[in-house]
Design a protein around this ligand. Structure first.
Ligand code: PAF
Length: 288
């Protein structure tokens, strides 16, 4: 496995892979890898025969009062995990490699869909995400890029960017991976105290209750939202949003149907957690 620190090294390695006739896959991450990231790499390997992993804590997507400085980092451990996963190249650039002239003069700004859900609480966040993803797509020029569905709004906006800007890449979404107790895997889980960690379970528990309600035939979004809010109520977390969304859109569902998404964001102490579930009648491989 090669470790690249510069865009030039990535381009060289990708050019070699292409000359060998390989299909190039990319998994963009901010590092501190967990099983969720490893599942994205597995998914990439199914669609590509050369897989790049980027590890970059992107300052552009953090607000001034957010956790950029304390965001967990452990490159050595990440490299070991990536090697074990059969990654071909890890791109771990510095901030100045990615933004040599400081804040970019040109950014990718979502015109719609960034002022709701997470975007309403994190102004400028998706401008930062889309800009760095566009840059990574430009650097790797992958055939396929894989993102986790835990960041539901992020995936919707990335898909829209790729479609609206005619970027030649296939976007694949991979399911949420959960800890044994149901908590969705996240690099930020490391911030949780043992007590907060127990309370965090209420999020996946509430999502599971909504799924059960849907499977039992409930289709009224207000009733299902009530189930969600009740499930979260006793755990002392500060709810930012709990919504039922129409499939593949960021619009609040007027009617709940197969594929509707139930999405939650909440603060537990100083930690912001997000999670979601797709409502389906068939049992999904993933919990809840
Ligand atoms: O989901 C993430 O880890 C980040 O938002 C991403 C897509 C790597 C962009 O920095």
């Amino acid at each position: 496995m090669r470790v690249a620190r510069t865009k030039g090294e990535v381009r060289e390695a990708v050019a070699v892979a292409r000359r060998e006739g390989r299909r190039v896959g990319l998994v963009p991450t901010m590092g501190y890898l967990h099983e969720g990231h490893l599942s994205l790499l597995d998914r990439a390997k199914k669609s590509a025969d050369w897989v790049g992993l980027s590890i970059f804590v992107n300052p552009l997507q953090f607000g001034p009062a957010e956790d950029l400085d304390r965001y967990p980092r452990d490159l050595e451990r990440d490299l070991e995990q990536a090697a074990g996963q059969g990654v071909d190249l890890v791109f771990a650039p510095s901030v100045s490699e990615m933004y040599p002239a400081g804040p970019p003069r040109v950014a990718v700004v979502p015109e719609v869909g960034a002022d709701v859900l997470c975007g309403a609480r994190r102004p400028g966040h998706f401008r930062g995400v889309l800009t760095v993803v566009a840059k990574l797509l430009g650097i790797f020029a992958p055939d396929v890029a894989v993102f986790g569905r835990k960041d539901y709004q992020q995936v919707v906006l990335i898909r829209r960017m790729v479609e609206d800007l005619d970027l030649p890449v296939e976007v694949v979404t991979a399911p949420i991976v959960r800890e044994a107790d149901g908590v969705a895997m996240s690099s930020r889980n490391v911030y949780l105290s043992p007590d907060e960690r127990v309370r965090a379970r209420s999020i996946s528990g509430a999502l599971r209750a909504v799924k059960d309600g849907f499977r039992a035939g409930e289709r009224d979004p207000n009733v299902l939202r009530g189930v969600l809010v009740d499930g979260l109520g006793a755990s002392g977390l500060r709810l930012e949003y709990a919504e039922l969304l129409a499939p593949d859109s960021l619009e609040v569902a007027e009617t709940v149907e197969e594929g509707s998404v139930c999405a939650v964001a909440a603060m537990i102490g100083q930690t912001r957690l997000i999670d979601n579930a797709v409502l389906t009648l068939s049992a999904e491989a993933e919990a809840p």
